[in-house]
Design a protein around this ligand. Structure first.
Ligand code: FES
Length: 170
C-alpha cells in the first residue's frame, strides 16, 4: 500500500481491523498519499475508540469522516449510511487502495460504489473475519465454498474472492 492513497471504510466492530492498519500507516505517514477514513456505527455509544476518532479528526493527518444512524447524536455528525459518505469523495482510482471492514450490508452498499468510482478488483481489500469462530482451522465455520477464511485470510483482495459472489456478503 506504500505510495498509494488509502480509503479506509469501517462499520461497527470493523473498526478494530481498520484501526490496526491505520496505526501502522500513521507510524510512517510520509510513505502514503492521502488517507481517508469513513467510519459508521449505530450510535455514538457504539463507536469503538471514540477518543482515537476525535484525535484523528483533528490531527490533519487524514480525512476522518464519521456517521451514526442516530439523528439526535451528541457529536452532530450526519445520520447517513457509510456508503453515503463515499458520494462526496474525490479519489484518484489509479492511485487509491481501499480497505473495507464491517457488517455484510456495508459490503453490499460500499463495494459497488467503489467500483463505480473506478477502483479495480486488486485495489479493494475486504475483511471477512466475522465468519470466524475457532480461528484455528478446526471448526469449519469460516469456510466459504473452497476458502477457509481463518487460514487463508481473513483479509482478502477482492480479486481473489470475487468468485464467491454473494457468499461474501452473508
Ligand atoms: S474459524 Fe474455525 S475453521 Fe476457521
Amino acid at each position: 500500500m506504500q505510495g498509494k492513497d488509502l480509503l479506509l471504510v469501517a462499520g461497527g466492530r470493523g473498526l478494530l481491523a481498520i484501526r490496526s492498519l491505520l496505526l501502522a500507516v500513521l507510524s510512517q505517514r510520509e510513505n502514503f498519499g492521502r488517507v481517508t477514513l469513513l467510519c459508521g456505527a449505530r450510535d455514538i455509544g457504539a463507536l469503538l475508540f471514540p477518543d482515537d476518532l476525535l484525535a484523528w479528526h483533528h490531527s490533519g493527518l487524514l480525512d476522518c469522516r464519521i456517521t451514526v444512524k442516530d439523528r439526535q447524536n451528541s457529536w452532530g455528525v450526519p445520520a447517513v449510511d457509510v456508503g453515503y459518505l463515499c458520494k462526496d469523495l474525490d479519489i484518484d482510482p489509479q492511485r487509491t487502495i481501499a480497505a473495507v471492514s464491517g457488517p455484510p450490508e456495508m459490503y453490499r452498499q460500499v463495494n459497488p460504489l467503489l467500483f463505480r468510482m473506478g477502483l479495480d478488483d486488486d485495489s479493494l481489500y475486504l475483511n471477512l473475519e466475522r465468519h470466524m469462530k475457532c480461528g484455528l482451522g478446526k471448526c469449519g465455520k469460516c469456510r466459504i465454498n473452497n476458502i477457509c477464511v481463518c487460514e487463508c485470510g481473513p483479509i482478502f483482495a477482492y480479486s481473489s474472492i470475487k468468485h464467491l459472489g454473494e457468499a461474501i456478503e452473508r
